[in-house]
Design a protein around this ligand. Structure first.
Ligand code: KG4
Ligand code: ZN
Length: 331
């Protein structure tokens, strides 16, 4: 069975082609560089760029996979969460393809796509604790089975990726900030600036306090000290985000005794965080999984995987309306 996944919820235009549940035939991703000059994603520009390039991305994905539209059995498209206009472009495109080539089109929850990206390569024992960390979401999930998710905690303000992006902006780095902070942090001292664990009692997260603390601290530094300590601050924020995530992950693991720990979403591309999660898991005696780097940030293949899994389990959603604040269905 060949599934085409279409992703356009934010600033990546992507088409991925998956054979059965585990054979990636192609995964073409176009990251819209244009937003870096604005310090964040501009919704109107994102929609227009998706519109401009989505057909070309599909052609590339088909060519790389050496298949034609007639060979596709199923089309999956992200219908939320994400930017309204951006989602609409992908959905309209998918509907058009479905109508022209007489293919079934199903809606995919972007968060489920991020989670299932891990299951393409790995055979993961469940239940698992999933730490889903992206630019728009920070959700701590107990995954009992495919389609059976229970959200244990989420951010009450900024998402983890958003915290990376905002601190990067304070430090004068480009958008997206996560990869920039990671690069700079390699040369810094992670113990330079002590940042707290927020909302200790709950499984919810908060990152806006950390960001504000960095902002005030950095503002007071002389120009010379700013230059001297940017890398130290980057390393400190990276450590603080990792510590905040793991503090709650540990509680969730102790409470639920899962077989596995999974990290997913754009922030899962961070090598420091991956290493910390790996160390934590081996101390706890559970297996740790993170997607290959290319499948951490938004991509079409994670959408194809979620479409495929929902299709074979009979849980597919055919309602193709865009839902910007779509939640993960909890069971
Ligand atoms: O999953 P994603 O591509 O889009 C959303 O669904 O939001 O995640 C993008 C986020 C951005 O905030 C970006 O700064 C962050 O993931 N990110 C990283 C890294 N690569 C991307 N954060 C930390 N370290 C990275 N290497
Ligand atoms: Zn995403």
């Amino acid at each position: 069975m060949i599934t085409l996944g279409i992703e356009s919820s934010c600033d990546e235009t992507s088409c991925g082609i998956l054979k059965d549940g585990d054979n990636v035939l192609s995964n073409i991703i176009l990251t819209q560089e244009i937003h870096s000059e604005f310090g964040g994603v501009v919704p109107e520009i994102a929609s227009r760029e998706h519109n401009k390039f989505i057909y070309e991305i599909l052609e590339k994905a088909l060519n790389k996979a050496k298949v034609e539209m007639d060979d596709i059995d199923l089309i999956g498209v992200t219908n939320g969460p994400g930017l309204m206009g951006a989602l609409m472009v992908g959905i309209a495109f998918a509907k058009g393809l479905g109508f022209s080539y007489k293919k079934p089109v199903i809606a995919v929850n972007h968060i489920e796509g991020h989670i299932l990206a891990n299951f393409i390569e790995f055979d993961i024992k469940l239940p698992a604790i999933v730490m889903m960390v992206s630019g728009g979401h920070t959700e701590l999930i107990l995954m009992k089975d495919f389609g059976k998710y229970h959200v244990l905690g989420r951010t009450i303000d900024d998402a983890a990726g958003e915290a990376f992006d905002k601190v990067a902006r304070i430090l004068g780095l480009r958008y997206p900030g996560g990869p920039e902070i990671e690069k700079l942090a390699k040369k810094g001292d992670e113990n330079y600036l002590k940042l707290p664990i927020a909302v200790k009692k709950e499984l919810n997260f908060s990152f806006s306090g950390i960001k504000t603390a960095v902002m005030y601290y950095y503002r007071e530094l002389s120009e010379a000290d700013k230059g001297l300590h940017r890398a130290d601050i980057a390393a400190s924020i990276e450590k603080a985000i990792a510590d905040n995530l793991l503090y709650k992950v540990e509680k969730a693991v102790d409470m639920n005794k899962p077989e596995s720990l999974i990290i997913s979403g754009g922030v899962a591309a961070n090598n420091y965080i991956r290493k910390k999660f790996e160390e934590f898991s081996s101390e706890k005696g559970i297996k740790f999984y993170a997607p290959p780097l290319k499948l951490c940030t938004d991509n079409g293949i994670m959408v194809a995987k979620a479409a495929y899994e929902n299709h074979i389990r009979g849980t597919a959603t055919h309602n193709l309306n865009p839902v910007p604040n779509l939640k993960l269905i909890e069971v």
